[in-house]
Design a protein around this ligand. Structure first.
Ligand code: SF4
Length: 503
């Protein structure tokens, strides 16, 4: 863990919950290293919600920074708070962000000495629950490994789950899974098969979601995280956050401002469309008046002006991050992004005006209908930006079609085409603009997990056991071609979310 001991990590934290009472032990797993885990607001919210229950004590466990060293030491995975072995918990509750983290989940099961497959676990093993952002897309590949999944927002049901755990855990065979399956948004694979229930959507009254822990060792360092809005009012056709699936919900300003009373030195404003939050400027002004640093998870280029950007700068924000999401204006139009090149150029001008250190722009490549001409437009455009802001970085991600979006049934562009386009981009920029790209090979693994069913999950497990290299996934997925779009097909069969998200 960051090369630091458990004690050193705990000593550096503010907000740690150390609960000695509570009959049911819940280990909260985050299948990523500590610095990533402690930058997840959802993980922290569930940590507090479980610990709020008088009968439950919840402790965190994260992926060790050096997994091989942990394996060599032959020590079991333990919780951060008290060093309790994860394998001895009554319940394991996992927060999973996105598809490739499934391999880390297998590793954590291994280190905790718990059988990875649900079918190989017995009453002596913990009950395994799962939630997190991945559930907004496709949970079927996870079905062989978990007992129940919270699909969508957790807040509406975590308290009810905690009540069920408090009354059922330790009383074998008394219908806990049936009781969980009866809750809204709970998917119990052994009872539901491939029929995944509709996603839970928190009402605005559940907002703001506020973090619990701040630490210098998080990626979002020393920040009290706050989510003042959830969802997004836009309709981008590739995005699971779009308005058709989840209307944007907002917290009133007066319920957000108390977060400034936290002793944390910085405030982290998170949310898919946080720059569109009605009171965002008022929050920023109040944070700066209170002497807090600020961080913000995403910016819509067309929401920026001098006041907004200089407030961010006063709060210590130094890298302006915006999303173009497509390499060209024509592709942005097809994605219904609602942004034009002039908005991005204005963002660059504002970044230069307040002397931001860097401008980072996210782009998706390999979109349906994309050609080399779109990449050439991105090259010219990036160089134009770089003439305004000396340090520009492009974050290029291959397009991975996600379920429940209008582009959910689009093809995944060949890996070779992706690689060629990234090379074209890199060559065209002559090192003047930094490129960070997600590997097309691993994006393909993500695609398969985003669209596949149980067999795809089992294939991922086989690949992990074989060593977890790309060739292992390729080999394992080759056997499951009939399962390639199983989740999409099942969603159609069951008419799940069809009116909201799919064509
Ligand atoms: S890509 Fe961004 S702006 Fe578009 S729907 Fe998703 S969150 Fe909203």
């Amino acid at each position: 863990m960051s090369g630091l001991t458990r004690k050193q990590l705990l000593d550096a934290e503010g907000g740690t919950l150390l609960k000695r009472s509570g009959g049911v032990r819940v280990a909260l797993l985050y299948p990523n290293p500590y610095s990533v885990a402690m930058s997840s607001l959802g993980y922290q919210v569930v940590y507090r919600m479980f610990n709020d229950h008088p009968e439950i004590s919840a402790e965190r466990a994260v992926l060790p920074d050096d997994v091989e060293a942990h394996r060599r030491a032959r020590t079991p995975l333990v919780t951060l708070e008290t060093g309790f072995p994860v394998g001895g918990a009554d319940v394991i509750a996992i927060s999973l962000a996105y598809e490739p983290d499934i391999a880390n989940l297998f590793t954590m099961f291994e280190l905790a000495r718990i059988p990875v497959l649900r079918s190989e676990r017995g009453p002596q093993h913990p009950l395994v629950l799962l939630g997190g952002p991945i559930t907004m897309s496709n949970v079927l590949p996870l079905a062989p490994f978990v007992d129940a999944v919270v699909v969508g927002d957790g807040e509406p049901v975590v308290r009810r789950i905690a009540d069920l755990l408090a009354t059922h855990v330790g009383r074998a065979g008394d219908g806990l899974l049936d009781a969980l399956a009866a809750l809204p948004g709970l998917y119990v694979p052994s009872l539901h098969g491939s029929r995944v229930p509709d996603m839970l959507v928190s009402p605005a009254s559940d907002l703001p979601a506020i973090g619990q822990i701040w630490t210098p060792h998080a990626e979002l360092s020393n920040m009290m995280l706050v989510e003042a809005s959830r969802g997004c009012p836009r309709y981008c056709t590739f995005c699971v956050m779009r308005a058709a699936a989840q209307p944007m919900r907002e917290a009133p300003l007066e319920s957000v401002l108390p977060v400034l009373d936290s002793p944390a030195p910085r405030i982290g404003l998170v949310g898919a469309a946080i720059s569109e939050y009605t009171h965002i400027r008022a929050v920023l002004r109040a944070a700066i008046a209170a002497g807090k640093g600020v961080g913000i998870s995403s910016l819509r280029a067309d929401r920026l002006d001098e006041e907004f950007v200089s407030l961010l700068h006063q709060g210590g924000y130094r890298t302006m991050t915006v999303a173009s999401d497509a390499p060209s204006q024509a592709m942005r139009g097809r994605l219904k992004k609602g942004l034009r090149g002039r908005h991005l150029l204005e963002a660059a001008r504002l970044a230069a005006l307040v002397k931001m250190v860097q401008l980072k722009m996210y782009v998706i490549i390999g979109l349906p209908g994309e050609t080399d001409a779109d990449i050439d437009e991105l090259i010219d455009f990036s160089l134009e930006m770089q003439r305004i802001v000396p340090r520009v970085a492009i974050g290029a991600s291959p397009f991975v079609p996600k379920l429940h979006t209008p582009l959910g049934d689009a093809a995944f562009t060949d890996i070779e085409v992706h690689e060629r386009r990234i090379a074209r981009l890199r060559n065209g920029l002559h090192g003047k603009v930094e490129i960070r790209s997600v590997s097309p090979k691993w994006a393909w693994v993500e695609y398969r997990l985003s669209q596949g069913g149980e067999e795809t999950g089992l294939a991922a497990y086989a690949a992990w056991k074989a060593g977890g290299r790309f060739a292992d996934y390729k080999r394992a997925f080759r056997e499951t071609t009939r399962d390639e779009r199983r989740a999409l097909d099942d969603a159609r069969v069951h008419a799940l979310w069809a009116p909201a998200g799919m064509k």
